[in-house]
Write a protein that binds this ligand. Structure first.
Ligand SMILES: NC(=O)CC[C@H](N)C(=O)O
Length: 359
């Protein structure tokens, strides 16, 4: 049997069954999602993280590329109670270490108590506990990945849906999921995808109807150029954001963000809309949150479990952002109307008051 060791910050080492060999280090997190492993594993927001599935069986409906959110696997390693051959083959082909037959209840309990933490992993025929501890030793804190955007963004701008006659969206790719672009294209938008460090002049050149900041990995304060874009555009151009995008918008407009203990990762996070009183189910994957929205923004939706901000609107500016993933890949489709609201805001057809689906 291939050996597998998982070393957690503080020195706790767990043993499992090695399924795909290699060494890895990263911030260990868990998701409670029971489906959507292809989407999660290709979500760029998981860059530099090690993903633990708390659901015990992962891979039971195979692996299909059309469900991928990006062209590669982003977590540095994958842990589960039981991984199917399909998933293991896929991870092995991408050189991503995989471990199963692990007591994931123990891993999740450690993360819940200690927070998302540094982790080192060693999988292979002759690896030892020391190899995993050596990886842990070299693991950086997530906030120290100061140029993580470069690892996940497009290198050059690209345009999708040029023939569409809807709104023109400038999407700042901080690690955007493919289904965000798809959701906008389906609504007839033209989407200019820009690198995470695009300049004001780059974006201005396409005359956007809305500046849209994507999801992405790591600490929002490490996306200084995207923060500057929001500051530069917000007075004259509507602004939208998803997940990291919400955090960047808050940082730009006088609010603040902070790291959560273990974050929200799963496909059934309940969100309350404060105006309508409706609760919707959402897909989430984040470890930071908006702490204070600041004087230009108001919180319109909150997480039912812990009251953290899930939706934010501009007070005097046209701004709408979501902390969850309205594009719903994977996950419930309760929140797809966010894209209609963003494009209505972009066209001046509506103000920024977004409400969840009304059934
Ligand atoms: N999905 C995301 O955009 C994640 C945002 C950010 N990296 C966080 O962990 O909070």
């Amino acid at each position: 049997m291939t050996e597998a060791y998982v070393a957690l910050e503080g020195g706790h080492v767990l043993e499992g069954r090695g399924r795909a060999s290699g060494t890895a280090r990263g911030e260990i997190v868990f998701t409670t999602a029971y489906t959507g492993y292809e989407e999660s594993l290709t979500d760029p927001s998981y860059e530099e993280q090690i993903l633990t599935f708390s659901y015990p069986l992962i891979g039971n409906y195979g692996v299909r590329e059309e469900r991928f959110e990006d062209d590669r696997v982003h977590p540095r390693a994958v842990l589960a109670k039981e991984l199917t051959e399909d998933v293991v083959d896929w991870l092995a082909s991408e050189d991503v270490p995989a471990v199963d037959h692990l007591d994931t209840r123990e891993v999740v309990t450690d993360i819940r108590d200690g927070g998302a933490m540094k982790c080192g992993i060693a999988v292979g025929e002759d690896v030892t506990e020391e190899d995993a501890l050596a990886e842990l030793e070299q693991c950086k804190a997530m906030s120290d990945h100061t140029d993580i955007g470069a690892q996940v963004s497009v290198d050059e701008s690209v345009v999708h849906g040029e023939a569409n006659d809807g709104e023109t969206v400038a999407l700042i790719d901080c690690g955007a999921k493919g289904s965000i672009v798809d959701s906008l294209l389906e609504r007839d938008a033209t989407v200019h995808v820009f690198p995470y460090d695009a300049t004001v002049a780059d974006v201005e050149a396409v005359g956007p109807d809305v500046l849209f900041i994507s999801n992405g990995p790591g600490d929002p304060v490490n996306f200084g150029q995207a923060i500057s874009l929001v500051e530069a555009f917000v007075e004259d151009t509507p602004v939208a954001g998803i997940c990291l995008g919400q955090q960047i918008v808050a940082e730009a407009l006088g609010g603040s963000t902070e790291k959560m203990t273990f974050g929200h990762r799963g496909v059934n996070q309940p969100v309350l809309d404060l105006e309508s009183g409706q609760v919707v189910m959402t897909t989430q994957n984040h470890g930071y949150t908006v702490a204070e929205p600041g004087e230009h923004l108001e919180v319109t939706q909150i997480n039912v479990n812990d009251d953290t901000p899930e939706g934010i609107d501009g007070i005097e500016y046209d701004v709408i952002t979501r902390q969850y993933h309205p594009e719903a890949n994977p996950g419930p489709e309760d929140t797809l109307d966010f894209f209609d609201d963003v494009l209505a805001m972009a066209s001046g057809r509506a103000d920024a008051q977004a409400v969840p689906a009304d059934d």
